[in-house]
Every structure is written in C-alpha cells, then in structure tokens.
Design a protein around this ligand. Structure first.
Ligand code: TEU
Length: 531
C-alpha cells in the first residue's frame, strides 16, 4: 500500500500562461491580479497547485523566458505586492504555487550580460559562455539553436562569440562559474522566502555544456521539414553528466525549506529522463516532466506501451517519495490535445491523464476543451515561428486567451487581446459549460472529484495494462479496493471484458450501470469501473 506522504504526490497541477489567463487592467495581456480573481474557478475544479510560466521583468523576446531580473515582477504582470497577495490568496485556499525558473539563459538585457559583454576583462565576462572564433573566423563549434540556426552570436566589439541555445536575445549562463551558481541560487531563496512551494526548471537537461566544446555529430535521420536543430545529435550541449550534480544541489537547497517541489522540463527518452530523479531515484527532481503522451501515436497499443515502458523505467523499488511518476498532455510549447487527437478523443485523454498513477499537470483551457487557434501570418507573435516559418514550430495557437464567457473577448479582457480568441468561443467557455451537465468542464470536475474520492486512483499501483483492439485497459489497485479503466481510443463502438459497476463515463451518463463480463463502449467513450 502506497502512502502518499508528500503534498506533490497528491497534487493536481494546473499550468497558467500568465499572458493569457485573465487581464485585469485592459491592456489585452493577462496579469497577476487577473489570476488572483480567477482562483474560484481553479478551486471549484479541484486544482490545488498552480504553476505560473515566467512573470519576471523581461523584454519579452521569448515572452518571459528571457529574464532580465530574477527577483522582480514585470510591470506588465503587476508588482511584488500583487505577487504576495496571490501567494496569500492561494495559501488561504490550501493551494500552492510553483514558479517557472529559467536558469539556462537570461535576457541579453540582464545587467549581468550587459556587464559581461562590455569587455573581455569585465569581472562578469565568465558569467556567460564566450569563445574565440574558429581558425577560419567562424563560430567556435557546430552547436545549433533550438530556434534555428547556429547557437553562437558574434560580438564585434570584444571579438568573441557568445553561446545562445535559444534566441540570440537569450545568452546561456555559465553554470561552471561558482559566482553564477551563487547568484542564481540566491534567486531561488528569494522566492522560497516569499512562500513559493516549488519551481518548474526550464530546460533542465541543457544547463551544463561540454567543457571541451566538442562538435555534435550529424543526425543521419534528419529530413527536410524537421527543425534545423535536429540536423545534429545533441551529445555535447545537452544531458551532460555534470547536470546531475547541479540538480542535486538545487534539490538540497529546496529541501532546506521543507517539502518543496522541483520539476524539470526535460525532453529526453524515458530511459534517460529517469536519471533526473537522482541516483537510486532520489535527490534529484521529484518530477522530471514526462512528455511521452505529447509525442504519442494516439492508439491503444502505443499508449499501453508508453505506460508500461515509463513505469518500468522508474527506479525500483519505489518507496514513498521516490521516483514518483507524473503525466502531461499539453503545455505552452505544444499543440493542444484536442487539436492533436480531436475533441471527442480529448475527453478520453482527460480520463487517461486523471486516472494514471502519478501527478497530472493540466494546461489552462484544456478543462473546457480549448483548441489551437489558427493565427494569420500578420498576427504571429512567437519568435519560434518568425524564425522558422511554416514548419509547425509556432506556439501562438496554443497560447490564446482563456475563455470565461460568451462575450466578444471571452471575459479575458476589456481591451484588445494580444492573440485572437477561437471562433468557437461562444460555445467553448467556462460560463456556458458550467450550465451544461455533459460539458468538458463537467467531465473534468467529475474526474477530479473521483480521483480524490477513490484511494486506488491516488496511490494505487497500475496493473494489467493492455490494449484490447482499440480499447486501452488498466487497473488501479490499492489494498482491497480497485478500479478498472477502459478507454475506447477509436471512433467506432468496441467491446472488452470487464466486470464491475460504472462510476464514471466520459459521456457523463451510465453511472451505476452493472457490467457483468462484457463492457460495451460507444465510440470515443472511456469508463471507470469499481470492483
Ligand atoms: O522550452 C524548451 C524546449 O525544448 C523548446 O524548444 C520546445 O521544444 C519548443 O518550444 C517546442 O516548439 C522551454 C520553454 O518551455 C519555452 O517556452 C522556451 O521558449 C524555451 O524553453 C526557452 O526558454
């Protein structure tokens, strides 16, 4: 029997993209006061932990992932007083706050970088990654930016290149320099002292680079249409062995404040991903984010295989608090689930996310079934799309404003929203769905309530994972109690063997129906059965 000792094992995390959640001052961009005004929605839904994408002062070249001050709030989002009020409001409701932390790079406008680039002898020169040109005058090596093109920018006034794994406006910090570590750890303490419950660490697997700056080898599987970064295999600029020691230090710092949460944003195959729990599954991040469902082929057999492979990769044995799983369907960098697999299957995905073993993260708007919003070229905001147009890297479509009601701007702003709302916003919104007992919102509420009520859905083991034709089946078991989950991942009726009483269907009917031997599922229907 698994006792869930830690709050983050019982948590349901909700990601807020602050620009897009709620505007309070009419500038068309969301802000902290706006978020604070919408906590009832999250609380009623059954959410207990909010993760905010960056709210720090920033020139917004990458919408806050280019930080110009690690211990402030961008005026666009509010003030430190607004922040403290938000923390107090969350804690007052028994909820928690996780902040984004962006250690790999700062903004090129950060005072540290301005000093660093001012001269080769500046005391902060070594706070960033500066290298001499190659003998031919070109970049020091072949490393590529995640956003296209070479990862090095020439600085004519000091005659060296600096490294930027993302935009040239996002120079990489040099974590091999102890002064950088001290300053960046002080920033963590600043927020922990203000009551923050944890951090989601941006590109955790990229923080440390090869000390010898060796070239990455070519990727034989690269094909036109793929991102230019995929031309090389990122052996030397990501997932370096030294990263683990740094993660362990971050974790120890957080542990000094009690039971705080360290989440790592990590895009790696699961066998490498689990290394970020730390040796023997402890001492690293409690949640190396598991993005396997984001890349999944949406079919019962492949998702069954993902669950088995992930569970098997977790460091074993797993005493409480060690190598705890987590699941993610979407985030601010990825196409929304309903767009990837269709609105009908998005309901099945919601049931999957909230019945699997481990802490789920819900991306804002998924609880009402928001879809990607096509953005005409003239309205594109995302630098990823501007730099490599047309290859599907643009992230604006999944970052459009949260829709609260059927009014013209969806209750998001009284001004002009920074990105347009979807054409479906008269139907897909909180107010309309709150009145509809069959809505996606009603389904999310029912799933979250069931998850809290049913011990097997908390700490219970996941067993008997199998695909039966197009139906994904698994059992969650906790001591004597167990539930079975059966998800029809096709648009056709299906049958599978099951016995028990239906406690929830994705179509929000059939409750209490007894199943004896054969479970018949409608197209795109998932059910949870109690034994
Ligand atoms: O994303 C890291 C990352 O790997 C992205 O390049 C991702 O693969 C891409 O956006 C998919 O299109 C993090 C943040 O989540 C992202 O928003 C930032 O732009 C990036 O880091 C730089 O900080």
């Amino acid at each position: 029997m698994t006792e869930l000792r830690h709050w983050w094992q019982r948590a349901v995390i909700y990601q807020v993209y602050p620009r897009s959640f709620q505007d309070s001052d009419g500038d068309g961009i969301g802000d902290l006061r706006g978020i604070a005004s919408r906590l009832d929605h999250l609380h009623d839904l059954g959410i207990d932990t909010v993760w905010l994408s960056p709210i720090y002062p920033s020139p917004m070249a990458d919408f806050g992932y280019d930080v110009a001050d690690y211990t402030g709030i961008d005026p666009m989002f509010g003030t430190l007083a607004d922040f403290d009020a938000l923390v107090a409001a969350l804690h007052g409701r028994g909820m928690r706050l996780v902040l984004d932390y962006v250690p790999n790079h700062s903004s090129d406008r950060h005072p540290w970088f301005l000093e660093s680039r001012s001269s080769r002898t500046d005391p902060k020169r070594d706070w960033y990654v500066w290298r001499d040109p190659a003998p031919d005058g070109g970049p020091p090596n072949n490393w590529l930016s995640h956003f296209g093109g070479i990862a090095w920018e020439w600085d004519a006034s000091t005659g060296q290149y600096y490294l930027h794994s993302f935009l040239k406006e996002q120079p990489d910090l040099n974590w091999r320099n102890p002064a950088v570590k001290r300053a960046m750890f002080d920033a963590l303490r600043f927020w922990l002292d203000r009551g923050v419950d944890g951090f989601r660490v941006d590109v955790m697997w990229c923080m440390v680079k090869d000390a010898l700056f060796r070239d990455n080898p070519p990727n034989p599987d690269w094909r036109p249409g793929m991102s230019t970064r995929d031309r090389l295999i990122p052996v030397y600029d990501a997932d370096r062995p030294e990263t683990m020691a740094l993660v362990a230090e971050m974790r120890a710092l957080l542990d000094g404040y009690g039971d705080r949460l360290l989440i790592g944003e990590i895009y790696l195959p699961v066998e490498r991903l689990v290394a970020y729990y730390g040796p023997e599954g402890k001492g690293g991040a409690q949640m190396p984010y598991n993005f396997t469902l984001i890349k999944a082929r949406w079919a019962a057999e492949s998702v069954a295989e993902i669950i088995r492979r992930y569970e098997a990769a977790l460091p074993q044995p797993a005493p409480p608090g060690v190598a705890w799983p987590n699941w993610v369907l979407s985030n601010h960098d990825q196409s929304r689930i309903g767009t990837r697999i269709g609105p009908a299957q998005a309901r099945v995905a919601a049931m999957l996310l909230l019945t699997l073993r481990g802490t789920p993260t819900i991306y804002y708007g998924e609880e009402i079934g928001m879809l990607d919003v096509p953005i005409p070229p003239a309205l594109v905001q995302d630098p990823a799309e501007k730099r490599q147009p047309g290859i599907g890297q643009g992230r604006d479509p999944e970052r459009t404003p949260m829709v609260w009601d059927a009014s013209a701007e969806g209750g998001f702003t009284r001004g002009k929203p920074w990105l347009p709302l979807g054409a479906d916003h008269g139907r897909v919104n909180v107010a309309v769905e709150a009145e509809d007992p069959q809505s996606m919102l009603a389904l999310y509420r029912a799933l979250l309530a069931l998850r809290r009520r049913e011990p097997a859905l908390g700490g219970g083991a996941v067993e008997e994972v199998r695909a039966d034709g197009g139906v994904l089946c698994f059992v969650r078991r906790e001591g004597a109690s167990g539930v079975a989950v059966a998800l029809n991942m096709t648009g056709a009726p299906a049958e599978t063997a099951a016995t028990g009483r239906i406690v929830l269907s994705t179509q929000l009917d059939r409750r209490g129906e007894e199943v004896a031997g054969t479970l018949r599922l409608r197209p795109d229907e998932g059910v949870v059965l109690a034994e």
